[in-house]
Design a protein around this ligand. Structure first.
Ligand SMILES: Cc1cc2nc3c(=O)[nH]c(=O)nc-3n(C[C@H](O)[C@H](O)[C@H](O)COP(=O)(O)O)c2cc1C
Length: 215
């Protein structure tokens, strides 16, 4: 990965409609996304991989009126991932997490798995009834997955642009997301830049003295 190049580049706003991510590269990226960590391993996501012309059209035309300028990005990107997050943590979801951990042998010692499960339940109770931020907290996990996947995409030579410019209610309705107990958090458009429309002006970020305090 060329970090120097990454530090100087703008996110891609114009994708080349003629280029598609090779299947093997896409599968590696999705495998990476699947591997991203979440707090207490809550795994609060479901991902819609939008690749077909019909899927792209459905997403592009359901961003909500004020966000139509993002439509072109979705139509021209090779793929767009809709990252959705659970509204709540049901008992059946938690049981599925624990069952998978046991099946995968996450903890070699069953007593450790049991301890982990009780700590996880305590932590989730704290988020639900103490901090009262369960969904917000889970959406933070989703943003971590987006950030990590952007880096993995860079490693694979794929451009990745997160998109917050959409109406979640509209996207949820178009893809029947809420019926599954999730809602849309953020989109990630993936593909290759249109070479005729790559910005060459410098990026603009605050200077280091404003950003860092060394203690
Ligand atoms: C979480 C996130 C959401 C974003 N959503 C959009 C979006 O919906 N539409 C868009 O054109 N750009 C979007 N951007 C791009 C930012 O506006 C852009 O990265 C920022 O203005 C800095 O510009 P630069 O990447 O050209 O340096 C998003 C960026 C991030 C990190």
């Amino acid at each position: 990965m060329d970090l120097d190049r990454l530090m100087g580049k703008h996110l891609t706003r114009y994708f080349d409609p003629g280029r598609t991510i090779p299947e093997e590269t896409l599968q590696r990226l999705l495998r990476f996304l699947r591997s991203t960590p979440s707090s207490v391993n809550v795994q609060p996501n479901h991902f819609y991989v939008v690749a077909t012309p019909e899927g792209k059209q459905r997403l592009a035309s359901n961003l909500g009126e004020r966000f139509m300028d993002n439509s072109e990005k979705i139509l021209n990107a090779s793929h767009t991932i809709i990252l959705t997050t659970r509204a709540d943590v049901s008992d059946s979801h938690l049981e599925a997490v624990f069952a998978k951990e046991r099946a995968d042998g996450r903890f070699p010692d069953p007593a450790k798995q049991e301890l982990w499960e009780s700590m996880t339940r305590d932590f989730l109770n704290l988020r639900s009834y103490g901090y009262k931020d369960l969904n917000h907290w889970m959406e933070k996990q989703t943003y971590m997955a987006v950030g990590l996947t952007m880096m993995a995409a860079a490693e694979l030579g794929v451009e990745a642009t997160p998109l917050e410019g959409f109406d979640p209610a509209s996207v949820d309705k178009a893809f029947k997301v809420r019926e599954t107990g999730h809602s849309t958090t953020v989109l990630l458009a993936l593909g290759y830049p249109d070479p005729r429309k790559v910005y060459s002006n410098p990026i603009s970020r605050f200077d280091a003295d404003r950003l860092f305090t060394f203690v």
